[in-house]
Design a protein around this ligand. Structure first.
Ligand code: BT5
Length: 271
């Protein structure tokens, strides 16, 4: 156990040991990427639901090799899951489960509205406060999914990146005060546990999960642009299907189901 572990980590452990997730929780003051540490733990056959948290990431990763800025004050964590079946086909649904858990935690614990932008962004007032990176890998006990979650909890605005595509935001700035990591994490793990349990319940559970997702997805019904490889697609976001793919209607009236992994960039067209 690192000596530099903050006292709240043990208090979180005490409240999560009965859950499917975060029974086992490893805290590091600094790592390159919690997803990379989680990958090593999968190869050591760590238990289902194990969580890795780090105070700082020196090489945090986003989708498609993009950088994820991870200064101190954020919550950088990875959850290791061994879904019992069809893990390979369900990475998108785990992203949906994680997004629902983050959005519900922000709304229920902090009392502020959170929007989910498919596939993996959580926004508050249009600013990205959380990004999710789910990765699939094969370990000694079969397929594993690593759900990497980056939350700008108590980050100072000057430490946030300023991407040209959208704004980044810190939850502390929206609250106007420091947020308790302990309380936020306990609530998040409970919500994730609930979302993941719905996912495991099969069709009825997944339907409830997708309905919750829809409630936070302000983009539904809006005109959007998608960059899929070299293709630029202008369309209307209609829904998310039972695999977690985005259902869109193209300008010529056709319906397409889009897989997150194929999308390089997604933008909202303001009308
Ligand atoms: C994501 O990628 O949004 C997924 C981010 C996942 C991060 C977690 S932290 C724990 C775990 N360990 C890791 O190494 N990763 C996961 P993407 O949609 O590709 O967004 C990346 C883009 O978001 C970058 O190109 C920047 O423009 C922007 N960005 C970088 N850092 C940010 C931050 N802290 N807050 C908001 N936006 C950020």
């Amino acid at each position: 156990m690192p000596l530099t572990e903050p006292a709240w980590v043990n208090r979180v452990r005490a409240k999560t040991e009965h859950l499917r997730v975060a029974k086992e929780l490893f805290y590091y003051p600094e790592v390159n990427s919690t997803n990379v540490v989680a990958r090593k733990l999968v190869h050591q056959d760590t238990t289902n639901g194990t969580v890795v948290i780090s105070g700082i990431q020196t090489a945090g990763r986003g989708r498609l090799g993009r950088e994820w800025k991870s200064p101190s004050g954020g919550l950088w964590l990875s959850i290791i899951l061994y879904p019992p079946h069809e893990a390979k086909d369900n990475v998108s649904l785990i992203t949906i489960a994680a997004a629902v858990a983050v959005a519900r935690t922000i709304e229920k614990s902090l009392g502020i509205d959170a929007e989910i932008k498919w596939p993996n962004d959580i926004l508050v007032e249009g600013a990205k406060v959380c990004g999710i990176l789910c990765e699939l890998l094969s370990g000694p006990s079969g397929w594993a999914i690593i759900a990497g979650i980056g939350l700008n909890l108590n980050i100072e605005p000057e430490d946030l990146p300023h991407p040209e595509r959208y704004r980044a935001g810190s939850l502390k700035a929206f609250m106007g005060k420091e947020i308790s990591e302990e309380r936020f994490l306990i609530a998040f793990f409970r919500n994730f546990n609930e979302s993941y349990s719905e996912f495991l319940r099969g069709d009825p559970g997944r339907k409830r999960l997708l309905d919750r997702w829809r409630k936070h997805a302000e983009m539904l019904g809006q005109r959007i642009t998608l960059q899929i490889g070299d293709e630029q697609l202008e369309c209307t976001a209609k829904d998310v299907d039972d695999r977690g793919y985005l259902v869109v209607e193209t300008l010529d009236g056709n319906t397409r189901h889009i897989m997150a992994g194929d999308v390089v960039k997604i933008g909202l067209i303001k009308e």
